[in-house]
Design a protein around this ligand. Sequence first.
Ligand SMILES: *Cc1c(COP(=O)(O)O)cnc(C)c1O
Length: 367
Amino acid sequence: MAGNIMPNRLDRAFYQYQEELEAKALEVLRSGWYVLGPEVQEFEKEFAQYTGSRYCVGLASGLDALWLAFRVLGIGSGDEVIVQANTYIASVMGITINGATPVFVEPDIFYNMDASRLEELVTERTKAILVVHLYGQAANMEEILEVCKRHRLRLVEDCAQSHGACCQGKMTGTFGEIGCFSFYPSKNLGAFGDAGAIITDDEELAKSMRIYRNYGSEKRYYNKVVGANSRLDELQAGLLRVRLRHLSRLTAERRELACRYTRELQNQRLHLPQVRPGCDSVWHQYVIRTKEREGLMQYLERQGIGTIIHYPIPPHLSEAYADLGHQRGDYPLAEEYADTVLSLPLYNGMTREEQTFVIEALNSFPG
Ligand SMILES: *Cc1c(COP(=O)(O)O)cnc(C)c1O
């Protein structure tokens, strides 16, 4: 029997709010204003309010949010930024595009940066920590903030997977000086194309970001710095506003799906994800681990269940970063995760029957 269950179904989340989304799309198309307009302004206000920060600046992508964050903080050549070794490669590119050097730290058992290993990595060149709230779970901010304070490091947060996740009741993205978000369609708050944003409480940083995103100009044709074209368009901003209104419900739905996996998955061969007390998860991914990953993937594939690996190659072993000179064995935990993690299907609009099918398949995986 074939399940025909894909790792993700973006169409389902569209149909959940089809009417509102279509109405907004038409409204924007008919407005005659397509880039950096009223929808962007309203979205920035609403997203700042949602996260509990003072400013939000809409951008073209999550990667832009990251590299522009380091750019406006003045971090570049000769500087080191500590980032976890088991992240998506975009986090690392945000650092290296500026000429800064990424220094990797091993993950903890929650797949976030192991704060207890930070201290030993700090050198005189360390300027910042980039914390990634991976798979939707807030990192151990208490300890990370402590290290930042002790060594006067700047803190940037990669919240591309953690929209709405809190640590001790405070939302991810508001701990550091800049919180970076992606609204790529598959993210928890997803656009219908590429989009991103930063949030900050610092007026100067927000102002600087607005200049950088538009060719380095505040006033048309007067360019202060060599910036980027990283403008958010009206269509994406408008559609994001519709989704943002429903984000709490969308997150609750993901939580329910994740809870059910945790409750009903019973197979000794599978290691299930854990949540650190005080650091909640918005379940961008539900990531299990198994040494028999290849066999499990094929077994699931035969039953029509698709799965994805986030991520098979840690950045330090990526061809793109060969020049950093790392080898297999440098970060054994991150490498073990890369070899054993597997993301189960979890998406808004996933039916009870679909999930039952996945759970039964996993529980009867013979190994
Ligand atoms: C998606 C993602 C990004 C990059 O976002 P884009 O919008 O695709 O540029 C950065 N970091 C993490 C952790 C991500 O998951």
